[in-house]
Design a binder for this molecule. Structure first.
Ligand SMILES: NC(=O)c1ccc[n+]([C@@H]2O[C@H](COP(=O)([O-])OP(=O)(O)OC[C@H]3O[C@@H](n4cnc5c(N)ncnc54)[C@H](OP(=O)(O)O)[C@@H]3O)[C@@H](O)[C@H]2O)c1
Length: 306
């Protein structure tokens, strides 16, 4: 019922919540065990039938999200962003804003969008070209009118238009910079334009800015500039970091899409989310930090460079 008729399920849950609020339901006896370390104790409790009612294991959110706040993702209708949005939802986020040029999910996202859409999380899919300051300004007004605090920004939007170094022209660079770099700057300005500051920003860069991939010359340049902005903003006291991702692939069943099926250096999506959690925790570190997430096949990489 949860997956096929979520509206029925949600209606039952609403009725149940109001009955609980009115004191019409007595909670079951519960024995709570915190953290996975106490798993053995919980199982022993079940085995010895020491408990009447429920035995509950709790595991705190690794991301320490603020459930009452909103999380904004630029490039939010792309495959990478939807995977992050799903992870945020699993970790307790209740409100997520997805920004994209068209306001429609990218074809690569497939069924994953529908499952996110049908979930209990409040999704705001907003068409906003972040390369255009006017669009971002209108977005700022919309966010302020909602009066929901924004807890974090994930900047993932990118415009793909690339070539190998010898044939890169100004137009390639302008397009890549317009979304990756100028888009990030426009969004950052929102914080200073009043009333919409957020706790942290994660700028999604690419491992190509470190290792360079053939055919990604302008994207690598834009990502390197994005990494530079992260350092600058961090030095100015903001909680920001850039993360250079290599390609992602799902081989653990978390999402039903293979993001870059042809890449040899794919990171399983679940592993990528664990790495992202680690990156968010390292936001506490005061000095500027750029993280690289991805497997590095040093043997074949160095062979290519010889
Ligand atoms: N997927 C991977 O394996 C991988 C690996 C390394 C790094 N990354 C990084 O992750 C990010 C997202 O990758 P992806 O594969 O998820 O991309 P994607 O599926 O192509 O999605 C890109 C998203 O960005 C939006 N967008 C493009 N230009 C925009 C603009 N000017 N304003 C607002 N939204 C805009 C698109 O919206 P419309 O469709 O409406 O135009 C779309 O929702 C990129 O920064 C990429 O460098 C991804």
């Amino acid at each position: 019922m949860m997956s096929e008729e979520p509206w029925h399920y949600n209606a039952y849950m609403q009725r149940l919540i109001s009955r609980i609020e009115q004191g019409g339901v007595n909670p079951m006896n519960m024995q709570v065990f915190c953290n996975l370390q106490s798993l053995a104790k919980a199982l022993q409790c079940l085995e010895r039938s020491q408990s009447v009612g429920q035995v509950v294991m709790t595991q705190p959110s690794v991301l320490s999200l603020k459930p009452q706040s909103d999380y904004v993702l630029s490039g939010g209708m792309g495959a990478h962003a939807i995977a992050i949005a799903q992870y945020l939802m699993e970790e307790g986020a209740k409100s997520i804003t997805l920004l994209s040029k068209t306001g429609r999910p990218s074809p690569s996202v497939g069924g994953l969008w529908q499952s996110l859409h049908d979930s209990s999380v409040q999704l705001h899919a907003i068409p906003c070209d972040i390369a255009m300051m006017d669009d971002v300004h209108a977005l700022g007004c919309q966010l302020r009118s909602r009066e929901t605090e924004i807890a974090g920004l994930f900047h993932l939007a990118e415009t793909t238009n690339d070539a190998i170094v010898p044939i890169v022209v100004r137009d390639h660079l302008e397009r890549s910079f317009s979304t990756t770099v100028w888009g990030a700057r426009h969004l950052n300005l929102l914080q200073h334009a009043g009333a919409t500051p957020w706790d942290f920003s994660m700028l999604v860069s690419s491992a190509s800015s470190l290792l360079m991939a053939a055919g990604q010359a302008s994207n690598a340049t834009a990502c390197a500039a994005l990494d530079g902005h992260a350092r600058y903003w961090k030095k100015a006291g903001e909680r920001v970091m850039s993360v250079q991702w290599s390609s992602w692939k799902d081989d653990v069943g978390m999402v039903d899409i293979c993001l870059h099926p042809t890449s040899k250096s794919n990171v399983a999506v679940q592993l990528g989310m664990a790495a992202m959690a680690g990156c968010l925790q390292s936001l506490q570190i005061p000095r500027p930090l750029t993280m690289v997430v991805g497997p590095l096949p040093w043997g074949s990489f160095l062979k290519r460079k010889q």
